[in-house]
Ligand binder design. Structure first.
Ligand code: NAD
Length: 350
């Protein structure tokens, strides 16, 4: 359980946005991305141990609010996350999140954390962990389509974990591309600002789509995709929200996190319910092949799965001990006599 100093009272460590940012800089962005990828990979290797369910989604015209629970039998975790593509025009994030870990033995929470920054890191770490298995050998150039909140994280994770050298940015909003280029300056990647999606794909071995729109969009059409590339499709992650033309899906070998959830939310919602897909945990444990030929088009149909959030929270729990990067929350009632909850309330009367 947590490497956090015991306290007399049942206080719950809480990592705020401010402390999460400090933790990332304390560890270093790239080391933290590598560490998160390792934790996610470890948890994918013990896939069978986990309780798994598609996330519980509450849809509205504006977006979606989701709960993502899982447990490995010892620790339980969940994330609350939203997706509201029009938020940015009101100065709000498209995606915000927080999450919790609890001890399965007694049900007590052991960590509460912001997960907006952490989700961007874990999504990027997952993309790169998957690309390590699926991207063509020597892949060093990525087209980054959609230059919003996730994009720099995606680019840096591919650098830290897969050896990416060059990123080609494209967004329908030139201000987003300028922002991403500015943020990536001096971080060790060659950054190119492109004039179209086609331009961005020039010479790219990895193509990441990370756009936000609550509709069946067509960011990539069949004629744009050459042989041998790896597509990392992040943005299509809700019913009715996709990024790739069906023709691309039919030419690719498709890899997913948890098929029961991806068939509802991912690019493959456009395909027959029995269209063959490979689960990434099977590739990682060696029971199914990843990339099997140079000319193959591999597609990671990423939607984000609860185990990745569990791994990310586990990583945070293991790295805040010995730091002052958390607050202790009085979240749990703790009467001296566990059955005297009412007495505790009465004794607190003014
Ligand atoms: P964001 O709103 O900050 O950025 C999205 C960007 O896409 C914007 O800059 C927008 O201008 C651009 N865009 C929209 N349509 C485009 C098009 N046709 N061509 C090029 N660019 C286009 O959103 P974000 O936080 O970066 O998230 C992006 C997407 O990723 C969202 O749909 C979100 O739900 C999804 N997401 C997925 C995961 C996952 O695990 N798979 C995790 C986090 C976010």
């Amino acid at each position: 359980m947590p490497h956090i100093p015991p306290s007399d009272k049942a206080l719950v460590p809480f990592v705020s946005v401010e402390n999460m940012m400090k933790l990332v800089h304390h560890i270093g962005i790239e080391p933290m991305l590598r560490g998160l990828a390792d934790y996610i990979e470890q948890d994918f290797r013990r896939w069978d141990l986990f309780d798994k369910t598609p996330r519980v989604a509450s849809h509205s015209a504006e977006g979606v609010i989701e709960l993502m629970p899982t447990s490995d039998g010892e620790v339980y975790g969940f994330k609350y996350v939203n997706g509201h593509p029009r938020n940015t025009s009101a100065g709000l994030q498209t995606v915000t999140a927080f999450g919790l870990l609890a001890n399965v033995g007694n049900g007590y929470p052991v960590l509460l954390s912001e997960m907006t920054v952490l989700t961007a890191l874990r999504t990027a770490a997952t993309s790169a962990m998957v690309a390590k298995y699926l991207a063509p050998k020597g892949a060093d150039t990525m087209a980054m389509i959609g230059n919003g909140a996730q994009s720099e994280f995606q680019s840096l994770a591919m650098k830290a974990i897969c050896g990416l050298k060059s990123v080609r940015l494209w967004d329908v909003d030139p201000a987003a591309t300028r922002k991403a280029a500015h943020n990536l300056k001096g971080l060790g990647l060659d950054v190119h600002l492109c004039s179209s999606a086609e331009d961005a794909m020039e010479g790219a071995h990895i193509i990441t789509t990370c756009t936000a729109d609550k509709q069946f969009a067509t960011i990539l059409t069949d004629n744009m995709i050459g042989t041998g590339v790896h597509i990392n499709a992040i943005g299509g992650d809700c019913p009715g929200k996709t990024e790739l033309a069906p023709g691309v899906l039919h030419r690719a070998d498709i890899f997913v996190e948890y098929p029961e959830q991806t068939r509802i939310e991912g690019e493959i919602q456009q395909l027959a319910p029995d269209h063959p897909v490979t689960q990434m945990w099977e590739v990682i444990n060696g029971s199914k092949p990843g990339r099997s030929s140079a000319g193959q088009i591999t597609l990671f149909d990423s939607v984000g799965f609860a185990i990745e959030d569990f791994s990310a929270l586990r990583y945070v729990r293991d790295h805040i001990g010995g730091t002052d990067l958390y607050l202790e929350l009085d979240l749990l009632a703790d009467p001296d006599d566990p059955r005297d909850l009412f007495g505790m309330l009465c004794r607190a009367a003014p």
